[in-house]
Write a protein that binds this ligand. Sequence first.
Ligand SMILES: Cc1cc2nc3c(=O)[nH]c(=O)nc-3n(C[C@H](O)[C@H](O)[C@H](O)COP(=O)(O)OP(=O)(O)OC[C@H]3O[C@@H](n4cnc5c(N)ncnc54)[C@H](O)[C@@H]3O)c2cc1C
Length: 371
Amino acid sequence: MHDLLTTLEEKILPVVRAAAIAVDKNAEFPQQSIDALRAAGLFGLISAKDCGGAGLGSDVAAQVIERIATECGSTAMVMAMHYSAAAVIEKFGSAELRKKTATTDLATLAFSEMGSRSHFWAPLGTAVASGAEIKLDGHKSWVTSANHAVNYVWSAKPIKAEGASSIFLVPRRSAGLQSGDAFDGLGLRGNDSTSVSATAVTVPATNLLHSDGAGLAVMLETVLPLFNLLNAACSTGIMQGAVAATITHVTKTKHEHLGTALFDLPTIRAFIAQMQIETDKIKLLVADTATAMLAERADTMLRVLQCKAAAGAASVQVTELAMRVCGGAAFRKEAGIERRFRDARAAIVMAPTTDQLYDFIGKALCGMPVF
Ligand SMILES: Cc1cc2nc3c(=O)[nH]c(=O)nc-3n(C[C@H](O)[C@H](O)[C@H](O)COP(=O)(O)OP(=O)(O)OC[C@H]3O[C@@H](n4cnc5c(N)ncnc54)[C@H](O)[C@@H]3O)c2cc1C
């Protein structure tokens, strides 16, 4: 096992585990866990070694997100967004920016907008060139780590080129950026996923990442495969956490008047079997998607679309079963079941949403253009 994974298991997951209930209950950003991940060098997991990263692949990133998500979905999603933004910065950013992203500076994606909503590929916000600067205006509907990231990877309409979008690096501290009300959501409550508006935000022209009008290519080629993989890994981790918490509950909980434990009931054992089967199916699909991405297999895009849709649906199903198996006890926070039941639901509506993925997959299978 790579040293970073050992450190994750032995030093960081205990921190994430200890914070998870309070992060959810108080809707607080998992600062301590993110600091521990940064200190251990996990910000730079997929960044190249020449800029202080570990130079590892998306397959390892998926393993890391899955392991974190077994303990805390919010922390896992903050890191999934960081890696997704870091992939863009790694490809198109300056050496200094790449180094900071790999070592110290949390990054995130600011794609979804209030106007075009889950259609992340169609920003309505604008970018206007003015000398050596670019002026950005726009209304982002959800930005994970909105008040904690150092940098946003930000989409807007192209400055003047053809195409649906361009991608910019926008420092969070830029004048004219305003985040919305604190996030008080159903699930992933520690994500700090607020809205962010830009009013005449000025960035240097060099903050255009890639070329003007190339935003869709960046989204589809660099962001979508990694984000979908990591989102699916997050769902897998949530399922694994739910299975483990369920087994803990049913093996220690007794019907004392009968002298039996919950796991003495065949129905309970059958539900646990179904939960494990679903979890393992998705784990294999996620692993195969990572393999396809690394090998640039012909079916990579199909797998990328399938894995997020399948993992989102399965995690909803598995956490529902966990609620049923653990009975009324599952409603209490200390069992760790209802938090995962709520966290699992985010994957369905995070763009590309499950409904969009079904449409994209159906189009691909029917030989139609997907995008
Ligand atoms: C916890 C959380 C964190 C997030 N973090 C980020 C982030 O860091 N950065 C970011 O950019 N975004 C982020 N998002 C936003 C996310 O990616 C989606 O854009 C958002 O959840 C979509 O919600 P909406 O209400 O705007 O959806 P709508 O677009 O209003 O969709 C409503 C319904 O219509 C369906 N629908 C829409 N279009 C189609 C279609 N073409 N075909 C079939 N069905 C369709 C959807 O599936 C959905 O069921 C986050 C969201 C959540 C919940």
